[in-house]
Design a protein around this ligand. Sequence first.
Ligand SMILES: [Mg+2]
Length: 269
Amino acid sequence: MYLSYETLQKIRNLVVDLDGVVYLLNTPIPENVEFLYRARLRGFRIAFLTNNTFLSREGYVAKLKNMGVEARVEEIFSSAFVTAGYLQRERPGARVYAIGERGLKEELRRAGLQVLSRFSPKGVDFVVVGLDRCLTFQKMKIALDFLLKGAQLVGTNPDPTYPTENGVIPGAGAILASLERASGCNAWVIGKPSPNILLFVLDALGFRPEETAVIGDRIDTDVLLGKNCGVSTILVLTGVTRREEVLASSIKPDIVVETLQELRGVLDL
Ligand SMILES: [Mg+2]
């Protein structure tokens, strides 16, 4: 453990990753769920943060409820929601072409952006890329045409792969990389480990960095994200990362725990 007692005492806000922390695919991780319940009772403020773009915020509230976790819509931050927020700030009502699934398009529309479904000679302001399990060559061609007409390329997240029951599938980052390659554009990336996504959360909820810890199961996304933003980092080994990988990595989490139950002593819960 690399944190002083004083630093730990200050932590009042937890930014919690979903996959590998609250659940594995569709199965809750009971020790971690129980810890979150306890942390809330003790007055900790919680935000849930995921790079995944399949569901809308309401969709995550419902999924969490099924896992035994109560959450409010305002506490849910997906890379789709945060991307939509940034684009709306940058250019209100912008025209957007999106490669992605329903959750992404819903968030973009809800933020007041115009989501086009086919090519238009008028062009678009942004081409937004999330994970799309119905990706076609046609969609890639439309996206490329818009990019060559001057649209800005935006990535919801840079994840190379995404885990499923049947092994990994190509992630949003893989689609993004092929469009970068084809167009010669560099994408503006919002999701973890880019600081953009966490800065948005801190700002939206009024969390101070020194009072906040990120909890996640991946060194290269969650822990790196925390380091990039100057907040404390807690790695939990209930997801993809094994203890040997922590030792081998140059990115060192402040705290490593087998399950979040081990945090009870650390955070005085
Ligand atoms: Mg995770």
